[in-house]
Design a protein around this ligand. Structure first.
Ligand SMILES: OC[C@H]1O[C@H](O[C@H]2O[C@H](CO)[C@@H](O)[C@H](O)[C@H]2O)[C@H](O)[C@@H](O)[C@@H]1O
Length: 603
């Protein structure tokens, strides 16, 4: 069974696939990120659907890499009879989704096999399949898939199999195309033309970002490309990760569906993209946000689907055994109905940042910000589920209150500095009131640390964000005390847990790994506290946890030394980008200050 870190990502800005080091596509949802998977071997066995394309002798590849700053993947096997390369990519979507795999003979002659096992509806539906001269058609219910290749394939053991030899200089294309079964078949694409266009698209996109020269250029670029790949182009939404139910502990039940757009995750992603100068993505995301949250501010959800749908009912897929038997496999996410007060702060912080970065605030955008703020004024004293989405009792999370302070701070400053209309003085007074409340109840003077919730002793890594949002300076003794407390009480092998699951009553059984984003937040906090050497050492260690193609999932198991949780995860990658930019520039980054400033023609 492949490990989480054995997977590379390819995608077309509507969905994404995971390709293993053995050359197997084990995860692909069509036509969108949150559609049912037609390859779900990731969460079961190959019988749940996969597409293996590799030398007949099989095994892990000798090397693989993305082609420079693109999402075009090259996987190479050196065998006794010769060397072969498989180029995998998804062309940027025009109408139909395609997966293209080109087998390239590098030297000698290699016996190859393509084994395509389509299983629609997350591994449950075996399609009806017809083989013609140079194409295979598979149909079941709403789904139709066509495979085109000059290599002839045939049905074998409920799969479509093609055996062929690739000689040095050969290029053998396979193009898999999805469509709705009741529609006309999409026009065929040319694999080589698509390769050139896809390479150009990603190279151009990468080139548009701010100059990231320096020692961290490669990790910054790869993380930005990954964040872009998690973006749903038609609406501007950004999914939290490409997968569902990769476990936070092997064999555990903390398995969630991340193929949705969390306001928290996407606002942080937006901050990373803005820091790198990607204004178009920031504008598209803002439009998605304004459409999704439009209406009564009291009905604001913490997450939406990629098209803004609100109802995301959580269900279990009992026919899938789960990744290494970690069950259940879930779709939908019950957290969508939770109260998480930090989301107001993150949303208003990011819209403020967009304004500071030069994106013009339209009247509609400002009206929604005012409505959100007015709603928060009546809500901030309520207990909530917090940013970690605990399923235990609601409580007064310190981080949630700090983020309510952020909301009041950014809104009062927007009125004062940008002459936008609103009760600026009232919001200033509220800001001061929240601050006093946090300092009185969220800070433990005996141990000189902020605490997870009011009047408790429990630690929480989200408190590392306090200097970043500007609540207190990075060198404040209370911030330094919190850093020290987290280093002493909330780390495993120097990496940071969100909280101690044994102490925090999150309403869930079992434990989890260290949370990679929180470990990057420790980098930021150390850097802001003047501990630059420690920050750099930790950051460079975190870089070593990336897989061979630069991807990070949500968590890390410090004992088994392997990645855990959904992958690739936006939370981990935007945290990496933010830390890298700070270390690169040598100055601490606050969430209300863009690293790059551009003028905008208005929206
Ligand atoms: O651990 C419990 C919760 O885990 C998920 O939430 C986490 O992922 C979210 C998406 O990246 C992130 O926004 C949140 O801060 C994380 O705690 C899961 O989605 C929840 O349903 C679950 O309760």
């Amino acid at each position: 069974m492949a490990r989480v870190e054995d997977y590379a990502l390819i995608g077309d800005l509507h969905t994404a696939a995971l390709v293993s080091t053995e050359g197997s596509i084990d995860w692909l949802c069509l036509p969108h990120f949150d559609s049912p998977a037609c390859f779900a071997a990731l969460l079961d066995t190959r019988d749940a659907g996969h597409w293996l394309l590799s030398p007949v002798e099989g095994g892990t590849c000798t090397r693989r890499a993305y082609v420079e700053d693109t999402l075009v993947l090259e996987t190479e096997w050196v065998t006794a009879s010769g060397t072969v390369r498989v180029i995998d990519f998804m062309p940027i979507r025009h109408k139909a989704p395609d997966v293209v795999r080109i087998v390239v003979g590098v030297s000698g002659a290699v016996q190859m096999r393509s084994e395509l096992r389509l299983r629609f509806d997350y591994g449950r539906v075996v399609p009806w399949v017809r083989h013609d001269a140079d194409e295979m058609r598979a149909i079941a219910g709403p789904d139709a898939v066509r495979l085109c290749s000059p290599v002839t394939s045939a049905g074998k053991d409920w799969a479509t199999v093609a055996d062929f030899t690739v000689n040095a200089g050969d290029r053998v294309p396979f193009v898999l195309t999805w469509s709705l079964s009741h529609e006309r078949q999409p026009i065929r694409i040319d694999a080589e033309e698509a390769l050139a266009a896809t390479t150009t698209f990603w190279t151009d996109w990468s080139g548009k970002g701010a100059d990231a020269e320096g020692p961290y250029r490669e990790p910054i670029k790869r993380s930005l490309l990954t964040l872009k790949a998690l973006t749903y182009q038609p609406t501007g939404a950004i999914v939290a990760a490409a997968t569902t139910s990769l476990p936070e502990r092997i064999g555990g039940s903390r398995n969630w569906d991340y193929r949705y757009c969390w306001l928290r995750d996407s606002t942080y992603t937006l901050q990373a993209l803005l820091a790198a100068g990607y204004l178009a993505e920031a504008k598209a995301w803002r439009e998605w946000l304004l459409r999704s949250i439009a209406g009564d501010p009291s009905t604001l959800q913490i997450m939406y689907s990629i098209d803004g749908t609100r109802r995301l009912p959580e269900a279990e897929l009992p026919w899938l055994a789960g990744y290494e038997n970690s069950s259940p496999v879930r779709t939908g996410n019950q957290a969508s109905g939770q109260l998480q007060l930090d989301v107001w702060g993150e949303t208003l912080d990011s819209l403020n940042l967009a304004r500071e970065a030069g994106i013009h605030t339209s009247a509609d955008a400002w009206a929604i910000q005012v409505a959100l703020m007015e709603h928060l004024e009546g809500e901030w004293q309520e207990p909530d589920n917090g940013l970690w989405e605990v399923r235990g009792d609601r409580r007064h999370f310190t981080h949630s209150k700090v983020m309510a302070w952020v909301a009041a701070d950014r809104m009062s400053r927007a009125v004062a500095d940008h002459h936008l209309e609103g009760p600026g003085k009232r919001w200033e007074a509220l800001r001061d009131e929240i601050r006093a409340d946090v300092l009185a109840h969220g800070y433990d003077s005996e141990h000189n640390t902020f605490t997870q919730s009011y009047d408790s002793k429990v630690l929480d890594a989200s408190l590392l964000m306090i200097p970043r949002v500007g609540f207190l300076p990075g060198t404040d003794p209370r911030v330094k005390g919190t850093i020290a407390a987290i280093q002493n009480g909330l780390t495993q092998d120097g990496l940071v847990l969100r909280y101690q699951t044994s102490e925090a009553d999150d309403g869930l059984p079992g434990h989890e790994g260290v949370f990679l984003a929180c470990s990057f937040w420790l980098v930021d906090a150390l850097h802001g506290a003047g501990e630059r050497k420690q920050a750099t050492t930790l950051f460079e260690r975190l870089l070593t946890l990336r897989n061979d193609v630069g991807l990070l999932s949500e968590e890390w198991d410090p004992h088994a030394k392997r990645q855990l949780g959904n992958t690739p995860q936006a939370f981990s990658h935007f945290a990496l980008v933010t830390s890298a930019f700070q270390l690169h520039s040598g100055r601490a980054h606050r969430s209300d200050q863009p690293l790059t400033k551009t003028t905008d023609g208005g929206m």
